[in-house]
Design a protein. Sequence first.
Length: 36
Amino acid sequence: MYTVNYIFGGFGYHYLLVVFGFSIKKRPNQLNDWVL
């Protein structure tokens, strides 16, 4: 159980940041509209 939490808590969080970063590069205008 600890290993599962570590994977989703560590690598999973980093994976979300990477995917979010790619979506920012692909759609910067949409990101600006969403943030602002």
